[in-house]
Design a binder for this molecule. Sequence first.
Ligand SMILES: [Zn+2]
Length: 345
Amino acid sequence: MPFSRLLNSSYTAATAIVRSNSSNGKNLCSHGLVTGRQTSTRVKSPGRSFGSSTQVHSAFSHLSARPHSLLTRVNGTLPSSKFVKASDSSRAKSTCTHQKEFALDIERLFHGNQEFVARMQKDHPGFLVKSANEAQKPSLMILTCADSRVDEQAMFSAPLGTAFTTSNIANQFEESDAPTNAVLGFAVNALRVRHIIVLAHYGCGGVANSMMPVPSDKSFAMKSVQDWIDPVRKIYQTSDRPEIVAHREMTKMTPLTELPDIHDPAFRALVEENLKATVRKIAASKAVQEVYNSSEIDDKVNFFVHGWIYDMETGKVFDLGVSVGPPGCEVPASPFPLVAQAKGA
Ligand SMILES: [Zn+2]
């Protein structure tokens, strides 16, 4: 039986898991904690997805407007004595009217963790102790979107330890983004992964929002999001893909008021173009070029960068056919169907 991460049916739709970080912003709270240090978040919560093509604004509004319930911390470095129990706060008393729901979120996680521990003990006795006491040796690095419905280990039925992962809104890579750059550097230099997979998904909310007019909401939270997706917006504004050009022309006269449909050809094309851009940026990054140009390079340290797309409606993964590798090395064969086949071409 394949392992799976803690993401399963026992998750509540209102639970947000902050796991990885790599953009410009501020952590949304996890069980009421606000930290001032992390940048972007990985939110895994079926049904409360930030990435839904139709739910992005409402989902984000929900998260940003959500009262920080149980504990409130001013920044990530304060000692525990600075924590304030919500029950002691008059403000909290006036705003936290859904304590039961908040508690249920946490309770479901607790039960999910218990199920995970029991399943591992039953199906894979000793695995956790063994893996915890050995250095990790993943052969893959995966960069995904932070969308709660995009779970790389689940979709590949991959065991724990398979992939070194990071995520951000719309699976982007910017060399100036320290967290993602650090993950990449560690993956190619220390872990010596053999494949870097950029995993996009159709229906990406970050991509959908980049097709919309810039919102009038100038809150810090929304500005952070808009700043982060700006490179995708630029692709939308400059791409010569016929689907995107046609969409731009259409919306010149009538700007979009709703997020595009998941099947909108321009939307799908922009997901693909954004994926290509990320693959290109990673392949051209200093961390990658440093290894590719190293005199020590041999088969053991070679790695390839791939662009794949997850179809959330079918669960299938497609290959965009834009893989790159070190000079002179042939890209290995891929059994994943090309995106053209996903389109029925
Ligand atoms: Zn997405």
